[in-house]
Design a protein around this ligand. Structure first.
Ligand code: DUC
Ligand code: ZN
Ligand code: ZN
Ligand code: ZN
Length: 468
């Protein structure tokens, strides 16, 4: 078994920051010891990595990606191969992607279809959530089986009538089932029925540009759906995880629920923290690059999101990575914003953008790792294998240079998409070396990984801090 010693770095986990040496045996972390201590001095290793001046971080866990996702007559442009490679370049070593039940189809068929896309192609480890598009007695019964075999979270949509949408009755039934089997309900909280009325009215009035996507998907309709989801979860006695929270009013609903002690959690994404409705309103058709749902909000919403990330009213930062090329995909919505495929590329930049927030004093280093690694690992049943650096955990480790600078750009990124929503943005900090289960996939910014190294991760039921 190969023994690797990572020496001299600052090990940052959600719990601690210590100058420590990390010993890896094979695919697992074997031990940590304070730098220069007797234990570390006596360790022998086949390979010694000097991490002086670097952070030694747990690999990122991105609990919200959509590789090769069918949407609006096209499919997201990253395959599991290209998307997981890009994730690794950005210091993420685990993704949890969304398998989709088709209307009239079984959960099993959806899951099999996603395994067929991913198995043997991923550069890093991966798991699946399941999107419930058709809540029936049969699919409810299938939920139990999926939880037992490691698909322990289920996304429901209050948006997209006619596609993924579930009505309140279906949502309540799925939540009741989850309360019984331990699954976690993840909610896309937007009132899709009301939004569709506003879409129709906007188009009829000739308001067809990308910026109207943001105007019809109103913050109040995100807040209303969030409130309703919380009450339904409360009635069902199930924990709730609200995905891609973007509106200050929705954050207020989560804060109120948590103030009552409810088992309610929220996720936001870098695009809501760093981009805004101004980007959607860029001249010409440029705004199409910024069309995602929930939509980018006016910049004044950002402060509420940052505050909630500090108070834990938002507990996780994931990317909702769902890239579509500007040419040939976003194009489908020229002259009709409602036909622009929804989604932004971002899997590569989450760790860096959050580090930028550390540099700017918005969050602490430990909070960075909590939001991007530890919390998603716990909530989605991957702790303690993923999300931390501790004896026994997988040796998914990132050497991060906090002083390097970089400029984000489509010319330099690794995602399979023809533009960057962060084009020209300066970042302090950069991923240098990445290990996945002890195997270097990036070594001093050279790609050493391979498609097929990544393994499927059956997940346990998550643990939530509020449960007794
Ligand atoms: N939102 C997006 O932006 N893309 C995919 C699905 C979703 O809910
Ligand atoms: Zn969604
Ligand atoms: Zn309310
Ligand atoms: Zn999504």
């Amino acid at each position: 078994m190969t023994r690797t010693l990572i020496r001299g770095g600052l090990v940052v986990t959600a719990a601690d920051e210590i100058h420590a040496d990390v010993l890896i045996e094979g695919s697992r972390v074997a031990a940590l010891a304070a730098s220069g201590s007797h234990a570390a001095a006596g360790w022998t290793a086949d390979r010694v990595v000097d991490a002086t001046g670097r952070y030694v971080l747990p690999g990122g866990v991105d609990a919200h990606t959509h590789m090769e996702m069918p949407f609006g007559g096209t499919r997201s442009s990253d395959t599991f191969e290209t998307g997981t490679r890009a994730a690794a370049w950005g210091g993420t070593t685990t993704i949890v992607d969304f398998a989709i039940q088709s209307v009239g189809g079984s959960l099993r068929a959806g899951l099999d279809a996603w395994h067929a896309k991913a198995d043997g192609r991923c550069a890093i480890d991966y798991g699946f959530h399941m999107i419930l598009s058709d809540v029936t007695e049969a699919s409810l019964a299938e939920m139990d089986a999926l939880v037992a075999e490691g698909v322990t979270s289920f996304k429901l949509f209050m948006a997209y009538p006619g596609v993924f949408y579930s009505d309140d009755g279906k949502i309540l039934r799925a939540m009741q089932r989850a309360a019984g089997n331990g699954g976690l309900i993840m909610m896309h909280a937007e009132n899709g029925i009301a939004i569709d009325v506003l879409v129709e009215q906007a188009l009829a009035a000739g308001r067809t540009d990308p910026r109207y996507h943001g105007e019809v998907r109103k913050a109040l309709l995100e807040a209303e759906a969030t409130h309703r989801a919380v009450q339904l979860a409360r009635v069902a006695g199930a924990p709730l995880y609200v995905v891609h929270v973007s509106a200050a009013e929705a954050v207020a609903e989560l804060s109120a629920a948590r103030q009552l002690g409810l088992d309610v959690y929220g996720e936001t994404c870098p695009q809501y923290l760093f981009l805004s409705a101004d980007d959607l309103a860029r001249p010409g058709f440029e705004g199409a690059k910024y069309v995602c749902s929930t939509p980018l909000r006016p910049a004044e919403h950002q402060e509420a999101l940052w505050r909630a990330l500090r108070t834990d009213d938002l507990s996780v930062v994931s990317t909702d990575h769902c890239p579509f090329c500007f040419t040939g995909q976003k194009d489908l919505g020229r002259g009709d914003f409602s036909k622009i495929p929804n989604g932004l590329p971002g899997v590569e930049h989450r760790m860096d953008l959050l580090h930028q927030a550390v540099v700017e004093g918005r969050i602490s280093r430990r909070r960075w790792i909590e939001l991007a690694c530890a919390a998603p690992a716990r909530m989605f049943g991957l702790h303690p294998r993923k999300g931390t650096i501790a004896p026994g955990s997988d040796a998914d480790i990132v050497l991060y240079d906090p002083a390097a600078t970089q400029t984000l750009s489509a010319a330099g990124h690794h995602m399979n998409v023809d533009h960057s929503v962060y084009e020209g943005r300066r970042i302090t900090g950069r991923v240098e070396t990445v290990l996945s289960r002890g195997v270097p996939v990036i070594e001093e910014r050279r790609w050493t990984g391979r498609a097929g190294h990544g393994r499927y991760l059956p997940r346990a039921v998550g643990t939530y801090p509020r449960q007794p």
